[in-house]
Design a protein around this ligand. Sequence first.
Ligand SMILES: Cc1ncc(COP(=O)(O)O)c(C=O)c1O
Length: 382
Amino acid sequence: MTESVWPPPPPATGVELRPEVAALPKYIAGARPEAGEHQIKLSSNENPYAPLRAVLEAITHAALEVNRYPDMNATELVEVLARKSGVAPEQVVVGNGSVALLAHILSAVVRPGDEVIYPWRSFEAYPIVISIAGGHKVPVPITDSGSNHLNALLEAVTDKTRVIFVCSPNNPTGGIVSEHDFEGFMVQVPPGILVILDEAYVEFVRDPGAVNGLHLLDRFPNLITLRTMSKAHGLAGLRIGYAIGNADLIAGVRATCTPFGVNILAQAAALASLTHGAEQVLSHRVGAIVAERSRVVGELRKQGWQVPESQGNFVWLPLGEATQRLAEAARADGILVRPFGDEGVRVTIADGAANNQFLWLANQWAKELIGTGQDEFPLPIL
Ligand SMILES: Cc1ncc(COP(=O)(O)O)c(C=O)c1O
């Protein structure tokens, strides 16, 4: 008798996937704790603070209406975002996370085989959304200090280029591009090429020379700035991102969006989170994360690490070939970090106690890998 396998394997399908889809790189999400496992989660650049009471109340209230579709165009949310950004509502589109908007923007402009230039190493999703849109991927190495290399991005332009991504601060390395350099770059980009400036971490930026896409939209109608409420606003689980740009371009993006893509709870939470009172608390929290970022970078450097300057809510530790092994060891010690190949780990800045746990670990790694680290590692009392 042959042994039966349960559950039975699915029937082989005769339906072929598009070759680009079959070959897609996998999106590797930051590790999550297993059921029942206690871990400090520093793996997904999330906001460590619990949702605001006003946000919870707004979600609870909105839940009474989940038998209805949401406002398809998120009219009120778009108006508030537009007012706060100093643009017209026609220039703003919201989506189910900024990652969804990336895909919508590309499907609005990329034709099969068009080239899309992007910095690398950078945000995981870029090569994936480009391939899904049928574009041809053109990765361009970032600088040694972890910023996008604007001149190299320009040098990669051909007559097939349709879109260029710029990520500032760059995920996972944290470097920014300056407004001065970005302006110089935009002047040289042909007007038929769309530039998407991904500013997912803009609220954490403290470098006064850093680019802010909002300052440049009037001058460059081929520029879209992409932002999110997942990070500074702490709404990652609800999925709200927004893009701002030229009204005609944004109308095209809106046409490609999934209808009703931003749900009722997300719209209500976002509106509650954008009130004056909520923004004051959130900005205080962002300030605390920024202060912790400076402290963590300072401590890491004392341990002997060459840490690039980060303007995001995370830091980059170049661990080289030891990356995967040490990320696994961190998990065994109760800390989830995000490893990248054999390059390094990205570690999200959280509250002081969590950051201290990570600093203790980084000190052990410094002793093992680079022969530095501090013998008496003093955990600051916070
Ligand atoms: C640079 C960058 N852009 C976009 C996103 C997507 O954010 P969301 O889809 O949560 O808005 C992320 C998320 O980590 C990111 O790091």
